[in-house]
Design a protein around this ligand. Structure first.
Ligand code: DC
Length: 227
């Protein structure tokens, strides 16, 4: 299936990847892979089952038996179903993000999720959102973006996002958590967060969403940008 085009969009948490990727996937009519949600779901399922998050083999076994489904509800809102339960809200919490970041450092867990992620590559194309989409999961992709923004801006965006959802968090503690997670994601031995050598870097600090979307779409040739 390597002829199916993939646009990989990697970057740190809060860089606006989710919003941008969904908008770009909508514009093109392509599939969307939210790989972070897979790591979050495995973290959550491990916590539900009382699995020790620091045990790579135990978490990998849990990943292999966890059923994760992406669906749209009646109003078109995306939902993530984990082992039959709607976990959409829980998955967005910072606790789920921290669990995801911890289990994402285990090579056997990444190996289980690798095959699953590759399976999302289906016609007419895929927008792959994550940390290692361009470097590890779809290294043969011809279209790669590394989307970033300053840590302060990312903390502000996440703060607003959570506030809009009725979750109250302190901006400073959010900034601290984001910085700690960035460090863990970039510093780990396996699939660390870094731009692919052939990725186009887009720094969205202070940039309106519409412009970020245009910059991302500009990575594709004209023939693919038309639906
Ligand atoms: O994008 P996110 O915040 O939902 O990701 C949650 C965590 O999962 C993040 O801290 C790092 C990890 N992750 C990863 O290691 N590789 C990916 N492709 C996506 C996410």
């Amino acid at each position: 299936m390597t002829s199916v085009p993939v646009l990989t969009i990697d970057g740190p948490s809060g860089s606006g990847k989710g919003t941008i990727c969904r908008a770009v996937a909508d514009r093109l009519g392509w599939h969307y892979l939210d790989s972070g949600a897979l790591y979050r779901a495995v973290g959550l399922a491990s916590a539900w089952e009382g699995v020790d998050l620091s045990d790579p083999e135990a978490v990998a076994a849990c990943a292999a038996r966890t059923e994760i489904r992406f669906e749209d509800d009646a109003s078109g809102e995306p939902r993530v179903i984990v082992n039959g339960k709607d976990a959409t809200h829980q998955l967005r919490m910072e606790t789920a993000g921290a669990a995801a970041s911890a289990i994402a450092a285990h090579p056997p867990v990444r190996a289980v999720l690798l095959a699953l992620q590759k399976g999302f590559r289906r016609p007419p194309g895929l927008i792959a959102d994550g940390r290692d989409m361009g470097t590890v999961v779809f290294p043969d992709s011809r279209y790669k973006v590394f989307l970033t923004a300053s840590a302060a801006e990312r903390a502000k965006r996440r703060h607003k996002q959570l506030k809009d959802k009725g979750v109250s968090v302190n901006l400073d503690s959010l900034l601290h958590e984001i910085a700690a997670r960035d460090e863990r994601d970039a510093g780990r031995a396996v699939a660390p967060l870094r731009p692919a050598e052939d990725a186009v870097i887009v720094d969205s600090t202070g940039m309106p969403i519409t412009e970020v979307i245009e910059r991302v779409l500009a990575v594709l040739p004209d023939s693919l940008r038309r639906r």
